[in-house]
Design a protein around this ligand. Structure first.
Ligand code: DLL
Length: 431
């Protein structure tokens, strides 16, 4: 029997802490020189922060570097922060986010290789093998999700079924006809496939591995996907600004945190208000520095995502790269209702404790005479009542939003990332 592959790049993934530190130190020094020599945005930012690039020591000087934020990408649209000649670009991806102003990420051929390497490591980490059949359901277009899965699967040598999202009945038929074993997707699209499978009475007996991300991903949701498909579920992380899906890593089969590819990126967790690093284990905003990208490497990029460092020790899987917790939410996602602070993920976790509640819900913020209230719409099987929702949330969050139960399949669905949080407008609509 062929030996199972567990690492795509064992030397890099299991490197000792000392080796890793030395490599990161050298790469960081080179990166600071690269961006300041090739783009005025970085040169000006460093000089304004008093950073002498020639004197920059590496990891010990990391905190001297100024932060970057999403606004910088928007202000410098389309290629203002690009550090290579346009002639050297090979591809681009873009996210528009909720404000509609695009964030553009250009790639050189080497950047595409780097992305493919990160994704190939994720596939191997999930237990996929080059003979596997990989169905890609995130959009293959400006969104980075589909192409990232594609570049990585090519590098790893799998047979690719490049569906993109939508046409779910055909999606399931293709998965059955071609014997899909690895399914990749945005979390809510995974849920959609599961729902349609149930309606159609279909099953996917060959499917073993589900790789999902891009959205709030509670443990309860992971459990639903695990049970619904009968597969092992992985939480994959990445974003347009760091080079896309999988660039920041994924959980391994020990499922004890997301391994960040530390030879490729430096992550820090900072207090969102002060920008100072918090202790390991404490929650804060993730800040990312690219160590190997060419076209547009981020330097101390404030991701807006909240997480904590789970462990820097070697994992049971053998990888030495540190682990962060699954993303709790975004700094600007926190809701404050009646003096209680919480994240949408906590509502999801609480709702799923009620048997019969289905994974499609809306969190609606209503404001009347300056008082904020919360309303939850959720799909559920017959027998689940609004009172049950109110009671469960009261128990978990300490206050009672109004709850309305909808029949399965009746709340609206989106093709890309699901919108979960809405505001009630003056005319009673949702925004
Ligand atoms: O969502 C990349 C991706 C695609 C990741 C498919 C996983 C699967 P963006 O559209 O730029 O890129 O959005 C990035 O999505 O800052 C997080 O807030 C959120 N996000 C991404 N992965 C996760 C995850 C893609 N596993 C933004 N859990 C990030 C929670 C996630 N949130």
């Amino acid at each position: 029997m062929m030996e199972e592959i567990r690492f795509f790049n064992p030397a890099a993934e299991t490197m000792s802490a000392d080796e890793l530190r030395e490599l990161r130190n050298t790469r960081l020094r080179n990166m600071v020189r690269h961006v300041s020599a090739n783009n005025r945005f970085f040169a000006e930012r460093f000089s304004a922060a008093g950073v002498d690039v020639d004197d920059f020591a590496g990891l010990d000087d990391l905190a001297k570097l100024p932060f970057m934020a999403k606004e910088d990408f928007r202000r410098e649209y389309p290629l203002g922060m690009c550090c290579v000649d346009k002639a050297d670009l090979a591809e681009m991806h873009m996210s528009s986010g909720s404000t509609g102003t695009p964030v553009v990420m250009p790639y050189t051929a080497a950047d595409l290789e780097q992305w493919a390497e990160c994704m190939a490591r994720c596939y191997a980490m999930a237990g996929a093998q080059p003979y596997d059949i990989c169905q890609i359901t995130p959009g293959l277009g400006l969104f980075n999700g589909g192409f990232g899965c594609y570049h990585g699967a090519r590098k790893y040598g799998m047979f690719i079924v490049p569906c993109g999202p939508g046409n779910t009945v055909r999606q399931i038929k293709l998965a059955r006809d071609f014997g899909t074993t690895v399914l990749t997707g945005v979390v809510s699209y995974g849920v959609r496939i599961m729902e349609v499978m149930e309606q159609e009475g279909a099953s996917l007996p060959d499917l073993r591995i589900g790789i999902f991300g891009a959205e709030t991903f509670s443990d309860a949701m992971k459990e639903r996907l695990r049970r619904g498909f009968g597969i092992e579920v992985f939480d994959i992380y990445g974003m347009t600004e760091t080079g896309g899906i999988g660039t920041l890593g994924m959980d391994c089969r020990a499922h004890s945190g997301i391994h960040v590819w530390e030879d490729q990126y430096i992550v820090e967790v900072v207090d969102p208000d002060t920008g100072r690093c918090v202790a390991d284990g404490e929650e804060g905003e993730l800040v990312v520095t690219s160590l190997t990208r060419e076209a547009l490497p981020v330097i101390r990029f404030r991701t807006g995502d909240l997480t904590r460092i789970v462990s820097r020790e070697r994992c049971a899987c053998g990888r030495t790269h540190l682990r962060i917790a699954g993303i709790t939410g975004r700094v600007d996602d926190m809701l404050i209702i009646k003096g209680v602070n919480f994240f949408p993920k906590q509502i999801e976790q609480s709702l799923f404790k009620i048997p019969g509640v289905l994974p499609n819900y809306q969190i609606i913020i209503e404001e009347e005479h300056g008082i904020r209230n919360l309303h939850i719409n959720v799909e559920a099987e017959p027998g689940v009542t609004g009172y049950m929702i109110e009671k469960q949330l009261k128990e978990d969050l300490g206050f009672s939003p109004d709850g309305d139960v909808y029949a399965p399949g009746t709340l609206p669905r989106q093709e890309g990332k699901a919108k979960r949080v809405f505001r009630r407008t003056a005319d009673g609509g949702l925004k």
